[in-house]
Design a protein around this ligand. Sequence first.
Ligand SMILES: NC(=O)c1ccc[n+]([C@@H]2O[C@H](COP(=O)([O-])OP(=O)(O)OC[C@H]3O[C@@H](n4cnc5c(N)ncnc54)[C@H](O)[C@@H]3O)[C@@H](O)[C@H]2O)c1
Length: 320
Amino acid sequence: MSKNEVVMNPRKVAVVGCGFVGSASAFALMQSGLFSEMVLIDANFEKAEGEAFDISHGVPFTRPIKIYAGDYDDLADAAIVVITAGAAQKPGETRLDLVHKNINIFKSIIPEIVKRDFQGILLIVANPVDILTYTALKLSGYAPNRVIGSGTVLDTARLKERLGEHLEVDSRSVHAFIVGEHGDSEIAAWSSANVSGIPLHDFCEMRGHHDHEGATAEIAEKVKNSAYEIIQRKGATYYGIAMSVKRICEAIIRDERSILPISTMMDGEYGIKDVVLSMPSIVGAEGFISKVPISLSEDEIKALNKSAETLKSVLEEALE
Ligand SMILES: NC(=O)c1ccc[n+]([C@@H]2O[C@H](COP(=O)([O-])OP(=O)(O)OC[C@H]3O[C@@H](n4cnc5c(N)ncnc54)[C@H](O)[C@@H]3O)[C@@H](O)[C@H]2O)c1
């Protein structure tokens, strides 16, 4: 080992960007017991410091963890860096509208991380998350398993919550994924949806619901528009994504090999290449391990390709 080589601390996490999403994620991570050290970094140091003080006052109610505001030198030995820095959607704005602002922010953040010889996993959360994960991958030069986006983990949680409510069953027993873009072109993969192994439609019949087409269309639409609905009412979304960040970190730190729809580089699956989007994937200590090729209907594959095309055209425009 060279003198300056960084030794990773598997119990350390860094959060870059301490706005609504960063601070809520830090709060969820503090309660998770996964880490013994957490550094908060923000362009506004005082904001990071205020959050660190506030969140650390909850520590006596959970497990010991040192929480402090810091700078890029402090993240070098982290196991995971969560990036939530960036402008958020304003009412009526799409995630893709944010692209230029946030690519520029990433151009300032990613090189700082690379300079520190960081060895861990980059978890991208800022939006548009698929485009920014692609950007982080290119700017960092890291192997694709180390650069993952929160993708449709949140959308999938929203789908399970809605279905659980609709069917009056524990949402943890619902197995269904949102795939593709984390955004307007996302796809509810109905053809593989099931409740504890029972195909979704059969379970719906069992629960007295017979209008499958109407109900699935309504639920998919509600899930897709969740962020708009929340932003219109309270200005930002952060609790659901904070729990998603915690869940992904848990899968990595505990090497759980959980199947989560994180966003990663596509490598020819369903004919899609050189674009980052979400597919169910095995997540563990190495970050992304492998995609899980769930069966999709022809229409779902078409929609997935369309989602990939949407993302590609944004990337081409953004990177011109
Ligand atoms: N992936 C998801 O599912 C999901 C869900 C909700 C929000 N988001 C996204 O997360 C991002 C953050 O949202 P928010 O509501 O927390 O916004 P926010 O405005 O509250 O916070 C952004 C923070 O980033 C900081 N920041 C800006 N530039 C920075 C830089 N160069 N270095 C360090 N810090 C910097 C700001 O000072 C601010 O504290 C947005 O892009 C939003 O769209 C993603």
